[in-house]
Design a protein around this ligand. Structure first.
Ligand code: EPU
Length: 428
């Protein structure tokens, strides 16, 4: 398996263009099977998870063309409600194909979705929501079979989710798009990627309101039409690169960000004395300029916890812990969303970080520590990215095995870091 060899100590400098958001693009690709004809999606990141989702829609009869970051999906010949098991088992996000399949065919048959090992992650919230809409679900031999009848397809419904799950919200929203009736979904997650998916679907003719809040209402429509749409910038990538710039004492302009998606993250950055400015380009988009001069500090609250949006994103928790290893003072980080998202911490400790694991959900970091190069291993996507950041500011050479985790979610991360002056080599 490929590895990264990073020689630490280079200040990152230059311009960085943010890729499209993984967790929005994946859902749009799944949703495109509901749109008869050719849908063009711009700003799609070239990452393994996206390639797997393309494989899934192709296994249903869809056709695709992926040139640069523009993906065209032709769904005119979608004819199956049984996606390829192999791809489903490799990607947790593949679960979002179920909503579109139920909208289109009223049925779906699929294997247990897999993915990064960051917690128990069953799909009960999704299944119970579909059940409450009238679906019948059978499970045997690690296989799900979902069947529905007219009761699912027609009439007004209220669906109360069991928790604010991002993909469950999206799944129910997508399953409702082609119903004949109104679906009111309560206890929705409010992540910006959900609002972006709703905007994509609305452009195609869906009638969704409230996406980005905790209550979404979908007025069913008969048919969607082909569209062109650009995926929102990846807010997690913005946070990751901002931290990389700060911990190397660098000067980086991150282009094409949406600051409104990053409010709590920017607040925490200010609290840690991360030196940045936001230059608005228009009402929505901005450049973020990081020019780290001040000493990084642990936040005065001494405490950061991950929460559903607009709280601090769990996907930025690992890079934030690395930031805290370079900040003076003690900080506790409380991971409230996932059960095992601190696996990467053991490798940070090997590199010299002072981190106490208080429970599977809480770590306490004491900074600032000088990190040193070691032979380490990526444990999951965001943990892997965090270890690259640690290596960028460590003394000497770090070898990071299992780069495939990072390739799942960051497009050409090594090459793009290299353009900023990082010394990073990929060895196959
Ligand atoms: N959960 C359940 N049962 C369910 C659904 C969720 O127990 O049916 C639990 C999960 O185990 C977890 C929590 O609820 O403890 C939150 O899970 P959620 O469903 O919100 O997460 P998700 O929809 O599976 C998406 C992103 C994740 C991101 C989370 C939280 C996609 C494809 N994935 O996952 O992204 O961490 O929301 O924001 O959108 C990543 O990009 O690295 C990543 C893991």
């Amino acid at each position: 398996m490929a590895k990264f060899i990073v020689t630490g100590g280079q200040k990152l400098e230059g311009d960085f263009v943010v890729a499209g958001a993984k967790n929005a693009a994946l859902k749009m690709i799944a949703a495109s099977i509901m749109i008869p004809g050719r849908t063009t999606i711009y700003n799609v990141p070239r990452i393994i998870d996206v390639l797997k989702m393309i494989e899934i829609i192709e296994s249903l009869g869809g056709k695709s063309q992926f040139v640069g970051n523009t993906l065209t999906v032709d769904a005119s010949e979608i004819n199956s409600s049984q996606p390829n098991n192999n791809a489903i088992q490799q990607l947790r996000g593949s679960v979002v194909i179920i909503g579109p399949l139920l909208s289109l065919f009223g049925k779906a048959e699929f294997a247990q979705p897999g993915g990064c090992l960051i917690g128990a992650r069953p799909i009960d919230t999704h299944l119970n929501a579909f059940k409450s809409m009238g679906a019948e679900i059978k499970y045997s031999g690690e296989h799900f079979q979902i069947a529905t009848d007219d009761d699912f397809k027609t009439g007004d419904k209220v669906v109360v989710l069991e928790e604010m799950s991002v993909t469950a919200t999206e799944n129910v929203m997508m399953a409702s798009v082609l119903r004949s009736g109104k679906t009111r979904i309560e206890i929705c997650a409010a992540e910006p990627e959900i609002a972006d998916l709703a905007e994509f679907l609305n452009k195609a003719g869906a009638k969704i309101s409230g996406a980005g809040t905790n209550t979404i209402v979908v007025d069913g429509v008969e048919k969607l039409q082909p569209i062109e749409y650009a995926v929102m910038p990846d807010r997690i990538e913005v946070g990751t690169i901002a931290i990389a710039a700060a911990i190397t004492g660098g000067k980086v302009r991150i282009k094409n960000i949406i600051p409104a998606h990053l409010q709590i993250v920017l607040n925490k950055f200010r609290a840690c004395h991360l030196d940045f400015e936001i230059e608005m380009i228009d009402e929505k988009f901005a450049d973020m300029i990081i020019n780290q001069k001040t000493k990084l500090q642990a936040p005065e609250t001494k405490w950061v916890d991950t929460r559903p949006y607009p709280g601090f994103p769990t996907d930025l928790q690992p890079p934030f812990v690395v930031l805290m290893t370079q900040a003076a003072g003690r900080t506790k980080v409380f991971e409230t969303i996932f059960e095992s998202r601190f696996d990467y911490v053991k490798w940070l400790s090997v590199m010299g970080a002072k981190i106490e694991i208080e429970s599977p959900h809480i770590v306490e970091i004491e900074g600032k520590t000088k990190l040193h190069g070691e032979m380490i291993e990526s444990t999951d996507l965001r943990g892997g990215a965090a270890l690259i950041l640690a290596a960028l500011c460590a003394d000497g050479e770090t070898v990071i095995n299992n780069t495939n985790y990072v390739d799942r979610g960051y497009e050409n991360f090594d090459e793009r870091l290299k353009k900023l002056g990082a010394k990073i080599e990929r060895v196959e």
